[in-house]
Design a protein around this ligand. Sequence first.
Ligand code: FES
Length: 143
Amino acid sequence: MERRKFLMLFGVGTLASYLPVAIAACSSLFKVDEAFGQSDGAVVAGTIADLDNAGQLYQDNTSIGSIAVIRSPDNPQKLLAVDPTCTHQGCTVDWDGDKKQFKCPCHGAKFSANGKVLKGPASSPLGTYKAKIQGNSVIVSKN
Ligand code: FES
């Protein structure tokens, strides 16, 4: 085999061997974009499996804000999504699945599953979002 032909075949072979890697890299980047934003301003907060395993989904600093998603204690088929930023002084509230309320670790405020104040010092409800299931994903958008 001529040297020139060998080098050309070697070059094509090398390019062909890297092509799947390049495609995989691009597709994984595409999935990251899909995971954090959708064209209509909604965001994917996670999967149903993640929600059911952890009992909640938290996403900080999405394009629509920080998000906490839970299943409604009254109707588990329904999802509730709130901004977990406490309205007192901005700490992040935690979901207590046993007591079915959000609790603020800083000064003890408590909020219902849909964000209403149950106990001060916070006086304003948590912000809320719309949440829905689409396929295996939990989609959250502004109200
Ligand atoms: S920041 Fe939540 S109760 Fe003070």
